[in-house]
Design a protein around this ligand. Structure first.
Ligand SMILES: [Zn+2]
Length: 74
């Protein structure tokens, strides 16, 4: 009986640990999603700010013109 109880406690502890890891990951994802406001209309790549997006356009889409910043911050 004691063994069975110990096993159950271990399973609960493992579940708590797994939930804590999941929560940590989703929080990090939310923070990242908030930080990335500039999405490239051509390839959907996200940039943390307009300067990075402009550099992205220069590097990846030299033939296209980067849309004005007001398009993203509206
Ligand atoms: Zn792009």
């Amino acid at each position: 009986m004691v063994r069975g109880h110990a096993k159950q406690a271990a399973q609960e502890a493992a579940k708590k640990k797994a939930d804590a890891q999941k929560g940590g990951k989703s929080q990090l994802g939310e923070a990242r999603a908030k930080g990335l406001k500039f999405t490239c209309p051509t390839c959907k790549a996200q940039s943390p700010n307009y300067k990075v997006l402009k550099e992205h356009f220069d590097n990846k889409h030299p033939k296209d013109t980067c849309p004005p910043e007001s398009t993203f911050t509206a």
